[in-house]
Ligand binder design. Structure first.
Ligand code: ATP
Ligand code: MG
Ligand code: FE
Length: 336
């Protein structure tokens, strides 16, 4: 019933203790974001070193905060992909060592499934459901007919939404990661630059954000060359309007075509206030009988609580791993 969950796929070392798959007893998140900021992105080697330093402390802290002893636990869940190979290996090694030392079963968890299962802390997932996964490395629409079944019906052909936010932020001289700051600026400005809405009218569920990024960069460069004034809050608002338009349009369309009980939005970009408001409004207006679920802000970004929720589901299906479990940096949904 009690699962120790470990997440180390990118730049957050996180350990959680989860009860019955839906109650968070502790969720310790050690973010390394400050160490990566001066490089403008996550440096894999730096990330691995931080995970090594933090992982044992996080495990101790998570157990202490939950007031749980290793003997009380029923299993250890760990992210084994997708993510940075060196970073994943630290979490996997720690999970194996802990599982071996305390004679606990080991549960392998897909990080992206974890993002979706973060919604389970808000409301039990009901199938069939549609999930809009928007994060730093992924942008996809995932249809789940039942628990454990993931069908990607559309995805980005180039940049992920979060990646686009971070790249655009860099052009504006904002600190990495810049999604939250652009979201805040966007609320102060207006869509005056009218950037393109890539693939919005196309009859598929795919996305593309690299054209938007180029168009944004060109606008900024051209204005600089001509010594024209740039209105940063309007640039942010225009960029965000384009991202939200395509994400919302295709997501709502997908929910009309596929039978769904719930629409789940998850991943780091699901913290975007503009996107949360827009989808919540459109679901109410256009999708009768569909419930919109989005995790609270602290469970949108990477954390181990969501890994624990997904691990609980895997454990019920007796999906365990042995000590040969390896990291799979490009793990996709089809391989589980
Ligand atoms: P993945 O989950 O695909 O492996 P990741 O784990 O690196 O990638 P997350 O931690 O889930 O990604 O999300 C981080 C991303 O979320 C960053 O790109 C960040 O800019 C973005 N982000 C965070 N808050 C917001 C926001 N309010 N608006 C837009 N983007 C945001
Ligand atoms: Mg991160
Ligand atoms: Fe993530």
């Amino acid at each position: 019933k009690l699962i120790l969950a470990i997440e180390s796929s990118c730049d957050e070392t996180s350990v959680a203790v989860i009860e019955n798959g839906d109650t968070i007893l502790s969720n310790v998140v050690a973010s390394q974001v400050k160490s990566h900021q001066r490089f403008g992105g996550v440096v894999p080697e730096v990330a691995s070193r931080h995970h090594v330093e933090e992982i044992t402390l996080c495990i101790e802290e998570a157990l202490a905060e939950a007031d749980v002893k290793p003997d009380d636990l029923g299993a250890v869940g760990v992210t084994y992909g997708p993510g940075l190979v060196g970073a994943l290996l630290i979490g996997i090694s720690a999970a194996k060592a802990f599982a071996w030392a305390h004679d606990l079963p080991l549960i392998p968890v897909n990080h992206m499934a974890g993002h979706i299962y973060a919604a389970h802390f808000v409301e039990p997932l009901q199938f069939p459901l549609m999930a809009l996964l928007v994060s730093g490395g992924h942008t996809e629409l995932v249809y789940m007919r039942e628990t454990g079944s993931f069908e990607i019906i559309g995805e980005t052909r180039d940049d992920a939404a979060g990646e686009a936010y971070d790249k655009v932020g860099r052009v504006l001289g904002l600190t990495y990661p810049s999604g939250k700051e652009i979201d805040e600026l966007a609320h102060l400005g207006e869509d005056t630059y009218h950037f393109p809405r890539a693939m919005m009218k196309e009859d598929n569920y795919d996305f593309s954000f690299s054209g938007l990024k180029s168009s944004f960069i060109n606008t900024v460069h051209n204005a600089e060359q001509r010594n024209e004034e740039l209105i940063v809050k309007d640039l942010a608002a225009s960029f965000q309007a384009s991202v939200i338009d395509v994400l919302a349009d295709k997501t709502i369309r997908a929910c009309k075509e596929y039978p769904v009980k719930q629409l789940v939005m998850a991943g780091g970009v699901a913290a975007n206030i503009g996107l949360r408001d827009r989808l919540s409004k459109e679901v109410t207006e256009e999708l009768q009988g569909v419930t919109f679920i989005v995790p609270p802000l602290r469970l949108c970004g990477d954390n181990a609580a969501m890994i624990g929720a997904a691990a609980f589901v895997e454990a019920e299906k007796a999906h365990f791993a042995d000590y040969h479990l390896n990291a799979d940096p490009s793990l996709s949904f089809t391989t589980i």
